[in-house]
Ligand binder design. Structure first.
Ligand SMILES: *Cc1c(COP(=O)(O)O)cnc(C)c1O
Length: 386
Protein backbone atom coordinates (compact mmCIF):
# COMPACT_ATOMS: atom_id res chain seq x y z
CA UNK A 1 0.00 0.00 0.00
CA UNK A 2 2.85 2.39 0.79
CA UNK A 3 4.57 1.83 -2.55
CA UNK A 4 1.58 3.13 -4.51
CA UNK A 5 1.87 6.71 -5.74
CA UNK A 6 -1.07 8.78 -4.48
CA UNK A 7 -3.72 9.20 -7.19
CA UNK A 8 -4.07 12.66 -8.65
CA UNK A 9 -7.33 14.54 -8.18
CA UNK A 10 -8.24 17.95 -9.56
CA UNK A 11 -8.18 20.84 -7.09
CA UNK A 12 -11.30 22.36 -5.54
CA UNK A 13 -12.48 25.08 -5.85
CA UNK A 14 -11.86 25.55 -9.56
CA UNK A 15 -11.71 28.83 -11.42
CA UNK A 16 -10.54 30.36 -14.65
CA UNK A 17 -10.74 33.64 -16.51
CA UNK A 18 -14.54 33.70 -16.14
CA UNK A 19 -14.27 34.13 -12.34
CA UNK A 20 -11.38 36.54 -12.81
CA UNK A 21 -13.38 38.67 -15.24
CA UNK A 22 -16.40 38.56 -12.92
CA UNK A 23 -14.43 39.84 -9.97
CA UNK A 24 -13.03 42.72 -11.99
CA UNK A 25 -16.51 43.47 -13.34
CA UNK A 26 -17.91 43.64 -9.79
CA UNK A 27 -14.99 45.78 -8.64
CA UNK A 28 -15.31 48.27 -11.42
CA UNK A 29 -19.05 48.75 -10.94
CA UNK A 30 -18.10 51.07 -8.11
CA UNK A 31 -20.99 49.68 -6.02
CA UNK A 32 -20.17 46.56 -4.06
CA UNK A 33 -23.50 45.68 -2.50
CA UNK A 34 -26.60 44.29 -4.15
CA UNK A 35 -28.61 47.48 -3.87
CA UNK A 36 -26.11 49.26 -6.08
CA UNK A 37 -24.72 46.56 -8.35
CA UNK A 38 -26.00 44.10 -10.91
CA UNK A 39 -24.18 40.86 -10.03
CA UNK A 40 -26.48 39.57 -7.27
CA UNK A 41 -29.60 40.37 -9.31
CA UNK A 42 -28.16 38.63 -12.35
CA UNK A 43 -26.99 35.62 -10.38
CA UNK A 44 -30.42 35.21 -8.80
CA UNK A 45 -32.08 35.26 -12.22
CA UNK A 46 -29.61 32.76 -13.65
CA UNK A 47 -29.72 30.42 -10.67
CA UNK A 48 -33.55 30.44 -10.55
CA UNK A 49 -33.76 29.76 -14.27
CA UNK A 50 -31.21 26.97 -14.06
CA UNK A 51 -33.26 25.23 -11.38
CA UNK A 52 -36.70 25.92 -12.80
CA UNK A 53 -37.82 28.17 -9.93
CA UNK A 54 -39.90 31.34 -10.12
CA UNK A 55 -37.49 33.25 -7.85
CA UNK A 56 -34.10 32.92 -6.20
CA UNK A 57 -32.81 35.01 -3.32
CA UNK A 58 -29.05 35.02 -2.72
CA UNK A 59 -27.94 35.11 0.92
CA UNK A 60 -24.80 35.05 3.04
CA UNK A 61 -24.55 31.26 3.46
CA UNK A 62 -26.48 28.00 3.43
CA UNK A 63 -27.24 28.04 7.15
CA UNK A 64 -28.82 31.47 6.79
CA UNK A 65 -30.69 30.26 3.70
CA UNK A 66 -32.32 27.56 5.85
CA UNK A 67 -33.04 29.99 8.69
CA UNK A 68 -34.64 32.51 6.37
CA UNK A 69 -36.68 29.85 4.56
CA UNK A 70 -37.87 28.34 7.84
CA UNK A 71 -38.81 31.75 9.22
CA UNK A 72 -40.82 32.56 6.09
CA UNK A 73 -42.58 29.20 6.37
CA UNK A 74 -43.66 29.93 9.93
CA UNK A 75 -41.18 27.94 12.00
CA UNK A 76 -40.55 29.51 15.40
CA UNK A 77 -41.37 29.10 19.09
CA UNK A 78 -44.04 26.46 19.68
CA UNK A 79 -43.41 24.69 16.38
CA UNK A 80 -41.45 21.60 15.38
CA UNK A 81 -39.30 21.01 12.33
CA UNK A 82 -38.60 17.45 11.20
CA UNK A 83 -35.00 16.97 10.06
CA UNK A 84 -33.00 13.87 9.14
CA UNK A 85 -31.01 12.53 12.09
CA UNK A 86 -28.14 12.05 9.64
CA UNK A 87 -27.24 15.43 8.15
CA UNK A 88 -24.89 18.35 8.54
CA UNK A 89 -25.84 20.14 11.77
CA UNK A 90 -27.05 23.33 10.01
CA UNK A 91 -30.30 21.56 9.12
CA UNK A 92 -31.26 21.35 12.79
CA UNK A 93 -29.41 24.45 14.02
CA UNK A 94 -31.35 26.66 11.61
CA UNK A 95 -34.63 25.52 13.18
CA UNK A 96 -33.27 25.77 16.70
CA UNK A 97 -31.96 29.32 16.20
CA UNK A 98 -35.52 30.37 15.36
CA UNK A 99 -36.79 28.94 18.62
CA UNK A 100 -38.38 25.90 17.01
CA UNK A 101 -37.79 22.33 18.14
CA UNK A 102 -35.74 20.23 15.70
CA UNK A 103 -37.06 16.66 15.64
CA UNK A 104 -34.54 14.15 14.26
CA UNK A 105 -36.04 11.35 12.19
CA UNK A 106 -34.33 8.23 10.89
CA UNK A 107 -32.98 7.80 7.37
CA UNK A 108 -32.95 4.93 4.90
CA UNK A 109 -29.92 2.65 5.42
CA UNK A 110 -29.19 2.50 1.67
CA UNK A 111 -29.88 6.05 0.40
CA UNK A 112 -29.17 7.86 3.73
CA UNK A 113 -32.22 10.02 2.98
CA UNK A 114 -35.19 10.84 5.21
CA UNK A 115 -37.42 7.79 5.74
CA UNK A 116 -41.00 8.78 4.79
CA UNK A 117 -42.64 6.26 7.17
CA UNK A 118 -40.55 7.46 10.11
CA UNK A 119 -41.33 11.03 9.08
CA UNK A 120 -45.06 10.35 9.11
CA UNK A 121 -44.78 8.79 12.56
CA UNK A 122 -43.02 11.91 13.90
CA UNK A 123 -45.67 14.40 12.81
CA UNK A 124 -47.53 16.12 15.67
CA UNK A 125 -50.01 19.00 15.73
CA UNK A 126 -46.98 21.30 16.21
CA UNK A 127 -45.06 20.14 13.12
CA UNK A 128 -44.59 23.11 10.81
CA UNK A 129 -41.98 21.97 8.31
CA UNK A 130 -40.43 18.73 7.05
CA UNK A 131 -36.88 19.24 5.83
CA UNK A 132 -35.55 16.53 3.52
CA UNK A 133 -31.82 16.76 2.81
CA UNK A 134 -30.75 15.38 -0.59
CA UNK A 135 -27.82 13.48 0.84
CA UNK A 136 -24.67 13.80 -1.26
CA UNK A 137 -26.82 14.90 -4.21
CA UNK A 138 -29.22 11.94 -4.23
CA UNK A 139 -32.75 13.35 -4.11
CA UNK A 140 -34.88 12.24 -1.16
CA UNK A 141 -38.17 10.46 -1.93
CA UNK A 142 -40.00 13.58 -3.06
CA UNK A 143 -43.08 11.60 -4.15
CA UNK A 144 -43.74 10.08 -0.73
CA UNK A 145 -42.87 13.32 1.04
CA UNK A 146 -45.06 15.43 -1.24
CA UNK A 147 -47.96 13.06 -0.57
CA UNK A 148 -47.32 13.25 3.16
CA UNK A 149 -47.24 17.04 2.92
CA UNK A 150 -50.50 17.12 0.96
CA UNK A 151 -52.19 14.73 3.40
CA UNK A 152 -51.07 16.55 6.55
CA UNK A 153 -50.73 20.17 5.46
CA UNK A 154 -47.13 20.26 6.71
CA UNK A 155 -44.84 22.24 4.38
CA UNK A 156 -41.72 20.76 2.78
CA UNK A 157 -38.44 22.66 2.69
CA UNK A 158 -35.66 21.06 0.65
CA UNK A 159 -32.20 21.37 2.14
CA UNK A 160 -30.49 21.27 -1.26
CA UNK A 161 -27.02 22.15 0.04
CA UNK A 162 -25.70 19.05 -1.79
CA UNK A 163 -28.04 19.12 -4.76
CA UNK A 164 -27.13 21.88 -7.21
CA UNK A 165 -28.43 20.72 -10.57
CA UNK A 166 -30.04 17.51 -9.23
CA UNK A 167 -33.37 16.17 -10.52
CA UNK A 168 -36.27 14.03 -9.36
CA UNK A 169 -38.14 12.25 -12.18
CA UNK A 170 -36.81 14.82 -14.61
CA UNK A 171 -37.86 17.72 -12.41
CA UNK A 172 -35.30 20.21 -11.21
CA UNK A 173 -35.15 21.24 -7.54
CA UNK A 174 -37.07 24.44 -8.27
CA UNK A 175 -39.83 22.60 -10.14
CA UNK A 176 -40.96 20.49 -7.19
CA UNK A 177 -43.24 23.16 -5.78
CA UNK A 178 -41.41 23.76 -2.50
CA UNK A 179 -38.95 26.26 -1.12
CA UNK A 180 -35.35 25.00 -1.39
CA UNK A 181 -32.14 26.20 0.28
CA UNK A 182 -28.61 25.95 -1.16
CA UNK A 183 -25.10 26.52 0.13
CA UNK A 184 -22.10 27.89 -1.76
CA UNK A 185 -19.55 27.20 0.98
CA UNK A 186 -16.03 26.34 -0.16
CA UNK A 187 -16.58 22.60 -0.59
CA UNK A 188 -20.01 22.78 -2.22
CA UNK A 189 -20.65 22.05 -5.91
CA UNK A 190 -20.59 25.76 -6.77
CA UNK A 191 -18.78 28.09 -4.46
CA UNK A 192 -17.69 31.60 -3.64
CA UNK A 193 -16.06 30.48 -0.39
CA UNK A 194 -19.31 31.32 1.40
CA UNK A 195 -22.80 32.04 0.14
CA UNK A 196 -26.29 30.63 -0.10
CA UNK A 197 -29.57 30.92 -1.97
CA UNK A 198 -33.24 30.18 -1.46
CA UNK A 199 -35.53 29.16 -4.31
CA UNK A 200 -39.22 30.11 -4.16
CA UNK A 201 -42.05 28.63 -6.22
CA UNK A 202 -44.14 31.82 -5.96
CA UNK A 203 -43.84 35.56 -5.49
CA UNK A 204 -45.45 36.24 -2.14
CA UNK A 205 -43.01 34.18 -0.08
CA UNK A 206 -40.14 35.54 -2.11
CA UNK A 207 -41.17 39.15 -1.44
CA UNK A 208 -41.40 38.44 2.29
CA UNK A 209 -38.01 36.74 2.21
CA UNK A 210 -36.49 39.69 0.37
CA UNK A 211 -37.66 42.06 3.12
CA UNK A 212 -36.48 39.75 5.89
CA UNK A 213 -33.04 39.32 4.34
CA UNK A 214 -32.58 43.10 4.17
CA UNK A 215 -33.60 44.27 7.66
CA UNK A 216 -37.25 44.41 6.64
CA UNK A 217 -36.55 47.23 4.21
CA UNK A 218 -38.06 47.45 0.72
CA UNK A 219 -35.66 47.62 -2.20
CA UNK A 220 -36.35 51.27 -3.02
CA UNK A 221 -36.76 52.54 0.55
CA UNK A 222 -35.12 55.91 1.25
CA UNK A 223 -36.87 56.71 4.53
CA UNK A 224 -36.10 53.72 6.73
CA UNK A 225 -39.54 52.18 6.60
CA UNK A 226 -38.68 48.76 7.97
CA UNK A 227 -41.81 46.74 7.24
CA UNK A 228 -41.12 43.46 9.01
CA UNK A 229 -38.55 41.90 11.33
CA UNK A 230 -35.41 40.73 9.65
CA UNK A 231 -31.65 40.75 9.60
CA UNK A 232 -28.91 41.45 7.10
CA UNK A 233 -28.38 38.27 5.09
CA UNK A 234 -27.48 39.99 1.82
CA UNK A 235 -24.86 38.47 -0.47
CA UNK A 236 -22.20 40.85 -1.78
CA UNK A 237 -21.46 41.60 -5.42
CA UNK A 238 -18.05 39.87 -5.56
CA UNK A 239 -19.44 36.54 -4.39
CA UNK A 240 -22.30 36.75 -6.88
CA UNK A 241 -19.88 37.48 -9.74
CA UNK A 242 -17.89 34.34 -8.84
CA UNK A 243 -21.07 32.26 -8.53
CA UNK A 244 -22.26 33.32 -11.98
CA UNK A 245 -19.05 31.84 -13.38
CA UNK A 246 -19.34 28.70 -11.23
CA UNK A 247 -22.90 28.06 -12.43
CA UNK A 248 -21.70 27.79 -16.02
CA UNK A 249 -19.48 24.86 -15.08
CA UNK A 250 -22.09 22.99 -13.04
CA UNK A 251 -23.82 20.76 -15.62
CA UNK A 252 -20.63 19.52 -17.19
CA UNK A 253 -19.21 18.66 -13.76
CA UNK A 254 -22.41 16.90 -12.68
CA UNK A 255 -22.25 14.75 -15.83
CA UNK A 256 -18.60 13.87 -15.25
CA UNK A 257 -19.12 13.01 -11.58
CA UNK A 258 -22.07 10.83 -12.52
CA UNK A 259 -19.97 8.88 -14.99
CA UNK A 260 -17.19 8.41 -12.43
CA UNK A 261 -19.59 7.39 -9.67
CA UNK A 262 -21.08 4.72 -11.91
CA UNK A 263 -17.58 3.25 -12.14
CA UNK A 264 -16.55 3.84 -8.52
CA UNK A 265 -19.77 2.45 -7.03
CA UNK A 266 -19.44 -0.67 -9.19
CA UNK A 267 -15.83 -1.18 -8.05
CA UNK A 268 -16.71 -0.53 -4.39
CA UNK A 269 -19.71 -2.83 -4.59
CA UNK A 270 -17.27 -5.66 -5.39
CA UNK A 271 -15.12 -4.97 -2.31
CA UNK A 272 -15.74 -7.29 0.63
CA UNK A 273 -17.44 -5.45 3.48
CA UNK A 274 -18.09 -2.23 1.55
CA UNK A 275 -21.54 -0.98 0.50
CA UNK A 276 -21.62 2.19 -1.61
CA UNK A 277 -24.51 4.66 -1.15
CA UNK A 278 -27.49 3.32 -3.07
CA UNK A 279 -29.53 5.11 -5.69
CA UNK A 280 -33.15 5.55 -6.66
CA UNK A 281 -34.13 5.33 -10.33
CA UNK A 282 -36.52 8.23 -9.74
CA UNK A 283 -33.61 10.43 -8.60
CA UNK A 284 -32.54 10.60 -12.22
CA UNK A 285 -29.89 13.27 -11.87
CA UNK A 286 -27.57 12.98 -8.90
CA UNK A 287 -25.19 15.90 -8.47
CA UNK A 288 -22.73 13.80 -6.38
CA UNK A 289 -21.58 16.15 -3.66
CA UNK A 290 -19.80 13.27 -1.92
CA UNK A 291 -18.81 9.72 -2.78
CA UNK A 292 -20.15 7.82 0.22
CA UNK A 293 -19.94 4.23 1.39
CA UNK A 294 -20.53 2.18 4.48
CA UNK A 295 -18.52 -0.58 6.10
CA UNK A 296 -21.36 -2.14 8.13
CA UNK A 297 -20.38 -3.35 11.55
CA UNK A 298 -16.89 -1.82 11.52
CA UNK A 299 -17.55 0.33 14.60
CA UNK A 300 -16.70 3.99 15.06
CA UNK A 301 -13.09 3.59 16.26
CA UNK A 302 -12.13 1.23 13.45
CA UNK A 303 -13.95 3.43 10.94
CA UNK A 304 -11.89 6.40 12.14
CA UNK A 305 -8.71 4.36 11.79
CA UNK A 306 -9.82 3.36 8.28
CA UNK A 307 -10.28 7.03 7.34
CA UNK A 308 -6.77 7.73 8.65
CA UNK A 309 -5.37 4.97 6.42
CA UNK A 310 -7.24 6.36 3.41
CA UNK A 311 -5.90 9.85 4.07
CA UNK A 312 -2.37 8.47 4.48
CA UNK A 313 -2.74 6.79 1.08
CA UNK A 314 -3.68 10.13 -0.49
CA UNK A 315 -7.49 10.07 -0.56
CA UNK A 316 -9.55 13.11 0.54
CA UNK A 317 -11.53 10.91 2.94
CA UNK A 318 -13.65 11.89 5.94
CA UNK A 319 -15.81 10.24 8.58
CA UNK A 320 -19.55 10.48 7.87
CA UNK A 321 -21.57 13.16 9.67
CA UNK A 322 -22.16 12.39 13.33
CA UNK A 323 -25.87 11.81 13.96
CA UNK A 324 -27.07 15.27 15.05
CA UNK A 325 -28.40 14.02 18.40
CA UNK A 326 -24.92 12.71 19.24
CA UNK A 327 -23.52 16.26 19.42
CA UNK A 328 -23.61 18.57 22.47
CA UNK A 329 -24.76 21.44 20.25
CA UNK A 330 -28.01 19.70 19.39
CA UNK A 331 -29.13 19.58 23.03
CA UNK A 332 -28.36 23.21 23.93
CA UNK A 333 -31.54 24.78 22.52
CA UNK A 334 -34.61 23.54 20.67
CA UNK A 335 -34.14 19.85 21.40
CA UNK A 336 -37.15 17.51 21.68
CA UNK A 337 -38.34 16.36 25.07
CA UNK A 338 -36.58 13.01 24.73
CA UNK A 339 -33.31 11.53 25.96
CA UNK A 340 -30.43 11.07 23.47
CA UNK A 341 -30.76 7.33 24.06
CA UNK A 342 -34.45 7.38 23.12
CA UNK A 343 -33.70 9.30 19.93
CA UNK A 344 -30.87 6.89 19.06
CA UNK A 345 -33.24 3.98 19.58
CA UNK A 346 -35.75 5.28 17.05
CA UNK A 347 -32.96 6.28 14.59
CA UNK A 348 -30.99 3.03 14.24
CA UNK A 349 -29.96 3.68 10.64
CA UNK A 350 -28.63 7.18 11.27
CA UNK A 351 -26.80 5.81 14.28
CA UNK A 352 -25.21 3.02 12.25
CA UNK A 353 -24.24 5.21 9.27
CA UNK A 354 -22.61 7.80 11.49
CA UNK A 355 -20.43 5.04 12.96
CA UNK A 356 -19.65 3.07 9.78
CA UNK A 357 -19.91 5.70 7.00
CA UNK A 358 -17.03 7.21 5.02
CA UNK A 359 -17.14 9.94 2.40
CA UNK A 360 -14.73 11.14 -0.23
CA UNK A 361 -14.58 14.70 -1.55
CA UNK A 362 -16.31 15.12 -4.93
CA UNK A 363 -13.04 16.01 -6.63
CA UNK A 364 -12.40 12.25 -6.63
CA UNK A 365 -15.28 12.07 -9.11
CA UNK A 366 -13.77 14.80 -11.28
CA UNK A 367 -10.57 12.80 -11.80
CA UNK A 368 -9.74 10.45 -14.67
CA UNK A 369 -10.76 6.77 -14.69
CA UNK A 370 -7.32 5.63 -13.67
CA UNK A 371 -7.55 7.65 -10.46
CA UNK A 372 -10.99 6.17 -9.79
CA UNK A 373 -9.57 2.64 -10.16
CA UNK A 374 -6.69 3.56 -7.84
CA UNK A 375 -9.21 4.98 -5.33
CA UNK A 376 -11.17 1.72 -5.25
CA UNK A 377 -7.96 -0.31 -4.85
CA UNK A 378 -6.78 1.86 -1.96
CA UNK A 379 -10.16 1.46 -0.24
CA UNK A 380 -10.13 -2.33 -0.78
CA UNK A 381 -6.64 -2.62 0.73
CA UNK A 382 -7.38 -0.26 3.61
CA UNK A 383 -10.57 -2.13 4.52
CA UNK A 384 -8.79 -5.49 4.30
CA UNK A 385 -6.02 -4.13 6.54
CA UNK A 386 -8.54 -3.31 9.29
C1 LIG B 1 -23.16 22.81 3.92
C2 LIG B 1 -24.51 22.47 4.44
C3 LIG B 1 -25.38 23.44 4.98
C4 LIG B 1 -24.95 24.82 5.38
O1 LIG B 1 -24.30 25.57 4.47
P1 LIG B 1 -23.24 26.72 4.89
O2 LIG B 1 -23.15 27.51 3.66
O3 LIG B 1 -21.98 26.02 5.25
O4 LIG B 1 -23.82 27.48 6.03
C5 LIG B 1 -26.67 23.05 5.29
N1 LIG B 1 -27.09 21.80 5.12
C6 LIG B 1 -26.28 20.84 4.64
C7 LIG B 1 -26.83 19.46 4.48
C8 LIG B 1 -24.96 21.14 4.31
O5 LIG B 1 -24.15 20.16 3.89
Amino acid sequence: MNARPAPQFPPWPQYDDTERAGLIRALEQGQWWRMGGDEVDSFEREFAEHHGAAHALAVTNGTHALELALQCLGAGPGTEVIVPAFTFISSSQAAQRLGAVAVPVDVDPDTYNLDPAATEAAITPRTKVIMPVHMAGLMADMDALAKLSADTGVTLLQDAAHAHGARWQGKRVGELGTVAAFSFQNGKLMTAGEGGAVLFPESELYETAFLRHSCGRPRDDRRYFHRIAGSNLRLNEFSAAVLRAQLRRLDEQVALRDERWTLLSRLLGAVDGVIPQGGDVRADRNSHYMAMFRVPGIGEDNRNALVDRLVAAGLPAFAAFRAIYRTDAFWEIGAPDETPEAVAERCPNADAISADGVWLHHRVLLADEEAVHATAEIIAEAVAAG
